[in-house]
Write a protein that binds this ligand. Structure first.
Ligand code: PLP
Length: 427
């Protein structure tokens, strides 16, 4: 094969890969861990103050500093640092007063933690379809509302905002609470307003895979002092009488320990300082790739409710069917682009409701089967593997590409060349 012919031939079939180097690992904030984080952690260690509420000296808490900076950054009044995104969701749900007898509508495409947190709060997740934005379909949410529905949980999946106008209008019309799951979209926005500030509470994750990270961690965001106080009380079983904290709510029992440590707070604060730069780089890279393939009629890009507010972490497109999606992803990987198909019957992916087997079978930790069998619950939640066919159909023919902030302009141009080559040969 000549050089020209080898460049045109798919790498899958022996040609030269379009990319001259592979994608870097997709840990946006994690790959930026550097001097700032090192110094922040060492500072805490040197201070010997490892706990947010007291220590050997009176120096200000790193967690509190992070919370204030996070709330300011996102444009909300209160932020509460917790141990994980799941803890943030659990805490947010309890703060909203959601519990036995209540239903919460969650999308069929989200990490299992979104639904599991509802069950942890002793409420019932009701699973609704996503649309071609791969976020909650407001029309299906409306169909799934029952007399027991208390809240909607829009999840800003894979970096992109939900249709917040439609969801908030629906919530107001039907008198429902809104808890946003922003775990995969730290810093994203919708029509100029940050994600996590539309609903009654917004819940974030700082787990290692997320845009900014402290390894593990999470944040509950709200404008409502009462909800903040309830969240604070639940995340700390002694939250009712911590020094220096004024509460507006009656103490209640049932709290946990989801308190953020000072080391995590210091790390998270350092990472927050890098958020805008990460977003700018991912958005720039995604723009180059999108523009480079805009004329390819064979490729139907995922619909974005606000392209400006999309965090840019990935590019998703749909092809004609699942078999083609797998082949396209395989061909792209051979070109050294970190692509994947999104739904494979055989591979249990915890982001797709069909694989939430223990939820679908209502298998709980104790034989009583609560909350599904709870006498306070008067509804009839039923689950089946096929209950959200539109979600399965869309995910089945979707192809996913990571868009790392570490891609150079050349990497992006080579990625465009890879997609064009694969589209021409296979689509
Ligand atoms: C959409 C979504 N919600 C919730 C979570 C839970 O976050 P964590 O792993 O920090 O508990 C994740 C993280 O994987 C997620 O992707």
């Amino acid at each position: 094969m000549g050089v020209d012919a080898a460049q045109k031939e798919l790498a899958l079939y022996g040609g030269t890969p379009a990319r001259t180097r592979p994608d870097p690992p997709m840990f946006p904030g994690g790959m930026e861990i550097g001097e700032e984080e090192r110094q922040a952690v060492l500072d805490v260690l040197e201070s010997k103050n490892l706990f947010r509420y007291y220590g050997v000296t009176d120096r200000p808490s790193k967690v509190a500093q992070f919370e204030q900076a996070f709330a300011r950054h996102m444009g909300a009044k209160y932020a509460l640092g917790v141990t994980s995104g799941t803890a943030a969701l659990h805490t947010g749900l309890v703060a909203l007063g959601i519990g036995p007898g209540d239903e919460v509508i969650v999308p069929a495409y989200t990490f299992i933690a979104s639904a599991a947190a509802v069950i942890a709060a002793n409420a019932i997740p009701i699973i609704a379809e996503v649309d071609d934005s791969l976020t909650l379909d407001p029309a299906d949410v409306e169909r799934k509302i029952t007399p027991y529905t208390k809240a909607i949980m829009p999840v800003h999946m894979r970096g992109a905002p939900c249709d917040m106008d439609a969801i908030m209008a629906l919530a107001r019309r039907r008198n429902l609470l809104v808890i946003e799951d922003v775990a995969q979209s730290d810093g994203g926005s919708y029509k100029g307003k940050r994600l996590g500030t539309f609903g009654d509470v917004g819940c974030f994750s700082l787990q290692y895979h997320k845009i900014i990270t402290s390894g593990e961690g999470g944040v509950v965001l709200t404008d409502d002092k009462r909800l903040y106080d309830r969240a604070r009380m639940f995340h700390d079983s002694a939250g009712a009488w911590r020094r220096g904290e004024q509460s507006t709510v009656e103490p209640f029992t049932g709290g946990t320990n989801y308190r953020m440590s000072e080391i995590t707070g210091a790390l998270a604060l350092a990472q927050l300082g890098k958020l805008e730069d990460l977003l700018a780089r991912m958005r720039r890279n995604k723009r180059i790739i999108r523009e480079g393939i805009a004329d390819l009629a064979q490729i139907q890009l995922r619909r974005l409710h606000d392209p400006e507010g999309d965090t840019g972490i990935c590019l998703i497109f749909f092809v004609e069917n699942g078999e083609r999606a797998k082949l396209v992803a395989e061909a792209l990987r051979a070109e050294r682009v970190s692509a994947g198909s999104m739904y494979d019957e055989g591979v249990p992916d915890w982001h797709i409701y069909r694989h939430w087997t223990h939820i679908l079978h209502k298998r709980t930790a104790t034989p009583t089967g609560c909350p599904f069998t709870c006498p306070f619950y008067k509804g009839k939640a039923e689950y089946s593997e096929d209950m959200c066919p539109r979600t399965l159909e869309l995910l089945g023919r979707a192809v996913h590409l990571n868009v790392s902030p570490l891609l150079t302009e050349q990497d992006c141009e080579e990625t465009v060349a890879a997609i064009r080559k694969v589209a021409e040969a296979l689509l």
